[in-house]
Design a protein around this ligand. Structure first.
Ligand SMILES: [Zn+2]
Length: 265
């Protein structure tokens, strides 16, 4: 049976800090499949999310920084598009407040627009601009829209993205109360989304909930370099209405997409 996949991206999350301030994520890690992954530098959001979402190396997608100059994303379809190409009955949903991920106006988007499927209501995308309006507000809108979509549409493959933790890291560093507070806020959204999944999931509608991040933050706030802290990421994957996935304990960030697509086979 094909699983519905909910991939949740939390930008700039230091896992050790998260485990002390995010009880929902910590519990999900204990119940689910867990492994650490190591991000290829430079540890910018653009190349990292392009890799995690398209299953491509930096060389393949051509995204070297957050300007997206010279990107080859039109040749590197994202997880949602690939799932649709694999089975054209697939419904997809993406919600993000960092415009390059989803906004057709601008640098990307990493998640392809697929206008025909959007018109047919088989591909829904919520675009917000946290860079302009702030992620505290925008993440709340993302969470509410994702909760609605999961509850009412039950999309087959979703990507939900939160950036408030990264925003706090840049503004205040990654060891203080602002960063921890942002983690707790996103953890509450994770709880809401998990409740929406649990309300639907069954042996007839199995779900796989996956959480990851694109890079860490140094103590002072910031990333882009090749330190272990900046390169540290992880994958948590928890089955609801099904078993946890049998994934290898070691894989590269660009291999996540193929692992996810195999759960749709
Ligand atoms: Zn980032």
């Amino acid at each position: 049976m094909k699983s519905k996949i909910l991939l949740i991206g939390i930008d700039g999350l230091n896992l050790d800090t998260a485990l002390e301030n995010a009880p929902v994520l910590a519990a999900l890690k204990e119940k689910g499949f867990f492994t650490t992954i190591t991000i290829e530098p430079p540890t910018w959001s653009g190349p990292s999310w392009s890799t995690l979402l398209t299953g491509s190396t930096h060389e393949q997608h051509g995204v070297t920084d957050n300007s997206f100059t010279g990107h080859k994303l039109l040749h590197r379809p994202d997880l949602l598009s690939l799932a649709f190409y694999q089975d054209q009955n697939t419904t997809t949903f993406a919600a993000a407040g960092w415009p390059p991920l989803v906004d057709p106006i601008g640098h990307g988007p990493v998640i392809h627009e697929r206008r025909e499927q959007a018109k047919a209501l088989r591909h829904r995308v919520l675009v917000r601009d946290g860079e302009t309006y702030g992620y505290t507000q925008v993440d709340a809108e993302i969470a509410a829209a994702a909760n609605y979509a999961i509850s009412n549409h039950g999309p087959d493959v979703s990507f939900i993205y939160f950036c408030g933790v990264d925003e706090a890291g840049h503004a205040f560093g990654s060891i203080g109360e602002h960063y921890k507070g942002a983690i707790a806020r996103i953890d509450a959204y994770l709880d809401t989304l998990l409740q929406a999944v649990h309300a639907r999931a069954s042996a007839d509608e199995p779900w796989l909930v996956v959480v990851t991040t694109d890079h860490g933050h140094i103590d002072e706030g910031g990333h882009g370099g090749d330190s272990a802290r900046e390169r540290a990421s992880f994958v948590v994957a928890h089955g609801v209405g099904r078993e946890n996935p049998q994934w290898p304990q070691e894989f590269e960030p660009h291999q996540l997409v193929s692992l996810l697509l195999a759960e749709r086979a």
